[in-house]
Design a protein around this ligand. Structure first.
Ligand code: GLA
Ligand code: ZN
Length: 691
């Protein structure tokens, strides 16, 4: 369970607590004045004031101008920009500019260039393009971070360091190959152990020497892009871990340089929600606070966005995070650049706050005129003035955030339910070579999350390292890799009275992706009281069926054929040769219960089943509300805040569950009062404790 201590916005360094320099929800975003003539800057400042902007992220992509050659730094432009924003009372989230290396570096030191999955060596171009194991990149990125800290570290308006930008991708170059061998030596010690954990006696892959290790890409073990097809899951899985750690090492190098000079400025890097290549749970340990960029697709449903926010909140065990970027209007890299409808930017901004954000920030402040983001929305559009719909909406929200001030900062959320999300499981369950190409780790987790979220039951998204003892219910969908010791923790949790649920394709392998023999779900078998003998993949579009609570539901993707070993069947398959075999089981284990869902069903089933489970285990929704109304609670020393968000396209009636005051409009509400909430509108009700 997350530590439920009341937090104000703060970060910890070596056990010491530092307060964020924040007295309100920061409002602003990526500002790139270096792309514009200086005449424009003053106009930007005027417009920022109009819009109640108080923070800018500067210097995200300026390495080329900050260091025009190997021996020269030139901070003249950044000096001017820093001065400009200071004079105008803006806070700064200062980036280190290391997300794209300068052209001279690529020309002189080709080791900075990445090699693609298909073996092609890249030339200079694009961004997020440096090999994470390039000695050149590591040396110069750390040096630049150090220079920036020394030059600007004393500026009082710097609220955070923003290292690089959206770390991501991967590299398969020779440097990475060499570094991978070192990483493996460190991890496994001997070549014999490597042969064992990767099961290299299969297909005569026995390795005699560390030099036999090559990177797993299209030139060796992997077949196609998307990391789904590999001949050796163990190798590919380790490579994913290694690449994530290699990029993290780059982050740490810069962070350490920054800390040397500015130990009390918090350091972050902007994450991307459910981003498969990087294990953010490991990353977050090295970051002072989590921040992320939210770019939902046009048809994203509210729970989909909410789950990403909750994942980000979970990275620091429930502490608040920053919404570092979102688009005010269109996201130009989406296949359809649909407009955010009136009210949606505001609604999604408050949704971020409702799930734990202490900022509302945009990409970007002024729309570029050239290259691939010229049609991406910005606070200031190509029209160049304030008379746009988007600017008006931004201004209105800015005024509201100013009024709300610091009341919700650092507030946390209490949840009785935890959903386990784990990168090793994400990688390994989808690499698995069978049983179905439809296996989707994120997709499976989302089905469960959605059912809770749409019932307004608060969920913590937790890692496999987080303490589970304080939750009433722990859901671990597709727990394919039940890592060493995790079953012990689940066993204790259930024995002590907890409710645990897992699904098909769980418990198969240990940490190296080696199957645990003796019958699936192996280490979880006694807890669940079942034995899965076989699993039948269901072809897309087809399904088996089962009944639950008088209604028929589909069974898709995979149907486990299982035997009861102490559990009882809550439902059985209707069709095929395994008709009558259990599909849904419940096991009394110690003081608790363990549930197994042997297939993938549909949203209606999860909604019905999980709501019943919650009732049974005394887990209450934040409030009862019609579909499309999302409600969350955040608490801090200022009080308890109930967020009510109307995602519907029409006005919707809600019954307010507590007495209190809406901090956006100062309207008071009585418990049980019926309110019509306009489409896309939001209430943030500070509860009256005394009523
Ligand atoms: C990302 C990046 C930004 C910008 C936006 C556009 O989040 O961090 O630099 O490219 O996407 O949506
Ligand atoms: Zn590389």
């Amino acid at each position: 369970m997350y530590n439920k201590e009341q937090y104000n916005s703060f970060f910890m360094i070596e056990g010491k607590r530092y307060h964020m320099q924040q007295n309100k929800i920061l409002y602003g975003g990526d500002y790139n004045p270096e792309q514009w003539p200086e005449e424009v800057w003053q106009e930007d400042m005027r417009l920022f004031k109009l819009a109640h902007i108080d923070v800018v992220t500067l210097n995200v992509f300026s390495w080329a101008s900050l260091q025009p050659d190997e021996n020269t730094y030139d901070f003249s432009k950044l000096d001017k920009i820093m001065e400009l924003v200071k004079e105008n009372g803006l806070k700064v989230c200062l980036a280190t500019s290391t997300a794209v290396h300068p052209a001279w570096m690529a020309r002189k030191y080709p080791d900075v260039l990445r090699t693609e999955h298909n073996g092609i060596r890249r030339k200079f171009g694009s961004r997020h393009n440096s090999c994470p194991n390039s000695p050149t990149y590591r040396k110069y990125s750390a040096a630049l971070a150090s220079q920036l800290a020394k030059r600007y570290g004393k500026e009082k308006n710097i609220v955070a360091w923003h290292v690089a930008n959206e770390y991501g991708g991967e590299c398969y170059c020779e440097n990475c190959e060499k570094a991978f061998r070192e990483w493996l030596k460190e991890k496994y010690g001997t070549i014999e152990e490597l042969n064992r954990v990767w099961n290299l006696s299969f297909w005569g892959h026995t390795m005699y020497d560390w030099e036999d290790v090559v990177v797993p890409n299209m030139q060796s073990e992997e077949w196609i892009w998307e990391y789904t097809r590999t001949n050796f899951q163990g190798i590919s899985l380790d490579y994913r871990r290694f690449q994530s750690e290699s990029m993290l090492a780059c982050f740490k190098l810069e962070r350490d340089e920054l800390k040397k000079t500015t130990p009390d400025i918090p350091v972050t890097t902007n994450l991307m929600g459910f981003y498969k290549p990087l294990d953010y749970q490991k990353w977050a340990k090295e970051m002072d606070f989590a921040s992320w960029d939210n770019y939902p697709v046009y048809d994203a449903f509210p729970a989909q966005i909410a789950m990403s926010h909750d994942l980000m909140r979970g990275l620091k065990q429930g502490r608040s995070f920053w919404l570092m970027e979102q688009t005010p209007g269109v996201t130009n890299w989406h296949p359809y650049c649909s407009l955010k409808r009136p009210g949606v930017m505001r609604l999604w901004s408050y949704q971020a706050v409702a799930h734990g954000s202490d900022t509302v920030m945009f990409f970007q402040m002024r729309r570029s005129i050239g290259a691939c983001e010229k049609y991406h929305s910005a606070v200031i559009d190509h029209a160049g003035h304030e008379n746009t719909r988007v600017f008006r909406e931004i201004t209105e929200l800015g005024a509201e955030l100013e009024k709300i001030g610091g009341q919700t900062l650092g507030a946390t959320t209490k949840s009785d339910v935890a959903i386990v999300f784990d990168w090793d499981n994400w990688w390994s369950s989808e690499y698995s070579a069978g049983p179905s190409k439809l296996i989707s780790y994120h997709g499976e987790v989302q089905e469960y999350y959605r059912a809770f979220s749409e019932a307004n039951i608060s969920v913590d998204m937790i890692s496999m390292e987080d303490d589970i003892s304080g939750y009433k219910m722990v859901i671990a969908p597709l727990l394919y890799m039940c890592k060493d010791g995790y079953d012990t923790r689940i066993r204790k949790f259930v024995q002590d009275g907890g409710c645990f649920l897992t699904t098909y394709f769980s418990g198969y392998v240990e940490d190296h992706d080696l199957v645990v023999t003796g019958g699936y779900p192996a280490r979880l078998r006694d807890i669940l009281g079942i034995w899965v003998e076989e699993s039948d993949a269901i072809i897309e579009g087809n399904c088996n069926h089962f009944y639950y609570d008088g209604k028929q539901y589909p069974a898709t993707i995979l149907c486990d054929l299982l035997h009861l070993e102490g559990a009882k069947a809550l439902s059985t398959y209707e069709e095929d040769f395994y008709a009558g075999m259990p599909v849904l089981t419940e096991h009394d284990f110690g003081k608790g219960k363990a549930y197994y869902v042997a297939t993938r069903s549909n949203g209606e089933f999860y909604k019905t089943f999980l709501r019943q489970l919650c009732q049974k285990h005394g887990i209450m929704p934040v409030m009862e509300a019609p579909d499309g109304i999302e409600a969350t609670v955040r608490e801090n020393e200022n009080g308890s805040f109930l967020f009510v968000l109307n995602h519907n396209n029409e006005a919707t009636d809600v019954v307010i569950p507590c007495s209190g005051t809406d901090i956006i409009r100062d309207t008071t509400f009585q418990k049980g009062q019926k309110v019509t909430l306009a489409s896309k509108d939001v209430l943030i009700i500070r509860k009256n404790y005394w009523l």
